[in-house]
Design a protein around this ligand. Structure first.
Ligand SMILES: C[S@@+](CC[C@H](N)C(=O)[O-])C[C@H]1O[C@@H](n2cnc3c(N)ncnc32)[C@H](O)[C@@H]1O
Length: 356
């Protein structure tokens, strides 16, 4: 934890600023062990292994369990890889790398910090990344060399930061929260008036079969079995995907012939991934106790009320939703949804923007 992060932190209980009350270990410009005290309610929080621990003691057990399951993932697949940049820019488009330059950025649910690191490199003034799990320690190790990257352990439902951010993003997180809408509102709540947010979530459209056939298995078995057993199990669908991608979905292949191949955009985008990234993708799908597949109408509803403007929804890879919006707290009646002009009618009559 660099001292500079104190400019952004807030007590998850009362929202007051936090002060550094003791330091028992320091290294390389970071407080490694110490204590923070709330300037309002005097509550104390530890800093351990370089990370401020700002989750309240009263976090819902289902959220803690979800974060703990993901910690298994991020403490095993720890490294940062070159293709994460194009994957991230695909998920968050139309937000682009220039949108981060000079901005104060919040990340909700950072996992191992793969996007924290990118955003810091894109020239953010500061990026403050929050995750509820032990993954926060991995994210700290992956970003500790970057002066503008800060990692905090906390619950996105009670984000331990002040509402001062120019841009907030959350990729692949809200659908793992018991109530994704509450998560979306929490992300929006940290953005200053006139700032922007972008969230990417699983879509229901084209994924109905997952809710029917995979969800029951996830609930009953795969979210409960050991890391080792799940990793072994994940290798089987990963091998099938690997074979299919190499045979039918290589980049450059149009994926069209006698049949229109399912998940063409999604699987083609993975044609250069190594095998263990496919294992990670399968593992990620199966490890969690909570995964919502969200219809367009629901994501649209999150940003439909007053408080948002310039709302855009984009159907990414024809299987997931990217929502961007500007926060307009002070505008009376602000938040009227203005769909982007490039929206068109997609499969199932859903009005969508073309995917990246
Ligand atoms: C699928 S991972 C995505 C991580 C990262 N955004 C990425 O794409 O690499 C979901 C992450 O959300 C975190 N998470 C889930 N619920 C959370 C909550 N209530 N507060 C903060 N983080 C949470 C998990 O611990 C996990 O690291």
């Amino acid at each position: 934890m660099r001292r500079a992060v104190l400019a952004y932190l807030a007590c998850p209980g009362c929202g007051s600023r936090l002060a550094l009350s003791s330091v028992t270990g320091e290294d390389d410009g970071h407080v490694i062990e110490g204590e923070l005290t709330c300037c309002g309610c005097a509550r104390r929080f530890d800093v351990k292994r370089g990370v401020p621990l700002l989750a309240g003691a009263d976090v819902d057990p289902l959220k803690t369990e979800t974060a703990a399951r993901f910690s298994e993932e991020w403490t095993r697949w720890t490294d940062l890889r070159g293709y994460y940049e194009s994957q991230f820019l695909g998920w968050i488009a139309p937000i682009a790398r220039e949108d981060f330059a000079g901005r104060v950025v919040f990340e909700g649910g950072c996992g191992k910090g793969r996007h924290t690191e990118l955003v810091a490199r894109f020239g953010a003034k500061d990026v403050v990344a929050v995750d509820l799990g032990e993954s926060a320690f991995v994210a700290f190790q992956n970003t500790r060399h970057l002066p503008n990257a800060h990692v905090v352990q906390g619950d996105l439902t009670h984000p331990p930061v002040l509402p001062v951010f120019d841009l907030a993003f959350s990729v692949g997180v809200l659908h793992h929260m018991p109530n994704p809408e509450v998560g979306a509102k929490s992300v929006a709540g940290v953005v200053r008036d006139g700032g922007r947010l972008v969230v990417w979530v699983y879509g229901l459209e084209n994924n109905e079969w997952i809710t029917r056939f995979v969800d029951p298995v996830r609930h009953a078995i795969t979210s409960k079995i050991s890391y080792r057993a799940l990793r072994t199990l994940s290798a089987i669908p990963a091998a099938v995907m690997w074979g299919a991608i190499k045979l039918f979905y290589r980049s450059g292949s149009r994926g069209e012939g006698l049949f229109r191949l399912p998940y063409r955009q999604y699987l083609s985008s993975m044609s250069e991934f190594p095998f263990d990234e496919l294992e990670l993708i399968v593992f990620d799908q199966l490890v969690t106790p909570v995964a919502h597949y969200l219809p367009r109408s629901e994501v649209e509803r999150w940003f439909a009320g007053t408080g948002f403007k310039d709302v855009q929804l984009r159907w990414h890879n024809q299987m997931s939703w990217t929502a961007t919006a500007t926060v307009a707290r002070s505008a009376p009646g602000g938040g009227a949804r203005a769909l982007a002009p490039d929206f068109e009618t997609g499969a199932g009559g859903i009005r969508v923007a073309g995917s990246a």
